[in-house]
Design a binder for this molecule. Structure first.
Ligand code: 0PR
Length: 384
């Protein structure tokens, strides 16, 4: 039990305490954070956080310049994702965007049952628990991509719409969204795509000449997409985006009665202004070329990781399509815990694949992969 201090302390003393505390937690630069989609932010993004610390986007008529930048970023990312009639808002991340996407499908159709791959992110289950939608789970193939026939079999009179995932959390693979779009067309349904990671990765992989299935607004039935600048956009969390076709605005707006703007499209009411501006700064600093280079580097390290993991005698259960590599182990949760406790390495895991899950974000390099493999072998040796 802590009590609220009677008196204030000197700033210097407080800062010292914070720095000491910080030392005990890992940094992305140390190469020990290997299982999340968060990475080292761009310096400019951190600068913007400070400059725009007290500004909000709750009402577009307060910080009008900030709001204008949010519109500009939304337009740029919509363009990147093949859309011209797109609007949207920054969110607290992919989970909020997914809840809004689920809500959108319900509002378009007036129905409640949404079909999602059974590997979809747990935020859709949160949406169900909160009463926004009901879920029906479709089967996935050996690469964890949704099986279109399974989606089609689940469609009935109560179906509100379909969710597709462009770069799923477990395997980093992409659902066949184009085939889902054909089914949606046939049954007059709409699609929301969770592109939390893929939205800022797949377009650059395409520029690099990789074969990327269509997943974006170039498919007419895709009416909403979630994309996270706090994943591959080098912006610190929380920074997500919920993008949707303009004709949906009136259907999914929430009333904001005491703001001049009068309408919002997000679950949170007070939104920070710095995320879109930080992202705008990063986009302008890197340009497409910078993001392509970053993507290329991550793909190179991913190939290196895959090769080295196999050379060390481990199985990679799914050929990596993007920047996620799985390493088959028994009791992955326990192994992940041992890696953290004994070697200070955090890595994700997948119960479904019985694997550790490595996400090769920009801060993950060859050296970090080697350290992981050395530690993993030690952990496994000790357990035998
Ligand atoms: N959609 C997909 C496909 C995701 O992978 C995630 C999160 C979300 C939505 C939700 O985004 P927010 O967390 O911004 O709401 N992916 C996280 C990640 O890989 C989940 C995570 C976090 C997994 C920590 C493992 C872990 O150790 O970073």
């Amino acid at each position: 039990m802590y009590s609220f201090p009677e008196e204030g302390k000197a700033v210097k003393e407080i800062l010292e305490e914070i720095y000491a505390m910080r030392k005990g937690d890992p940094s992305t630069e140390e190469g020990t954070i290997l299982g999340t989609m968060i990475t080292t932010p761009h310096d400019l993004a951190i600068k913007v956080m400070e400059v725009y610390a007290a500004s909000t986007l709750s009402d577009p008529y307060i910080f009008e310049n900030a709001y204008k930048i949010e519109r500009e970023v939304i337009s740029m990312i919509s363009d990147l994702l093949g859309g011209s009639d797109i609007v949207g808002s920054f969110t607290s991340g992919g989970s909020e965007a997914n809840m809004l996407g689920a809500y959108m499908l319900r509002k378009i159709s007036g129905k409640k049952y949404v079909i999602a791959p059974k590997t979809a992110h747990f935020s859709f289950i949160k949406a169900e628990n909160l009463g926004i939608i009901r879920l029906k789970f479709a089967e996935v193939d050996e690469k964890l991509r949704v099986v279109p026939e399974s989606v089609e079999r689940l469609i009935d009179d109560d179906t509100a719409g379909i969710i597709g995932v462009a770069v799923n959390t477990d395997a980093g693979t992409v659902d066949p969204i184009e085939e889902l779009a054909e089914i949606a067309q046939q049954y007059d349904l709409h699609i929301y795509v969770d592109a939390a990671l893929g939205g800022l990765l797949l377009p650059f992989m395409k520029i690099l000449g990789r074969k990327i299935p269509r997943f974006d607004f170039s498919l007419e039935r895709v009416v909403g997409i979630g994309v996270d600048p706090h994943k591959f956009g080098l912006v610190p969390p929380p920074a997500g985006m919920f993008l949707f076709r303009e004709w949906l605005s009136d259907k999914i707006a929430f009333e904001a009665p005491y703001y001049i703007g009068g309408k919002q499209f997000t679950l949170t009411s007070t939104r920070p202004a710095w995320p879109p501006i930080a992202f705008w700064a990063v986009i302008n600093a890197l340009g497409k070329r910078g993001f392509v280079r970053l993507t290329e580097k991550c793909l190179r390290v991913t190939s290196y990781a895959r090769k080295r993991i196999e050379e060390e005698g481990f199985e990679v259960p799914i050929e990596p399509e993007t920047i996620i590599v799985n390493i088959r182990v028994k009791n992955p949760r326990k192994v992940a815990m041992d890696l953290k406790r004994k070697h200070g390495i955090s890595i994700g895991f997948s119960q479904r694949l019985s694997s550790l899950r490595l996400v090769v974000m920009p801060h993950v390099n060859e050296e970090a992969i080697e350290r992981l493999l050395t530690s993993l072998k030690k952990v496994l040796d000790e357990r035998e």
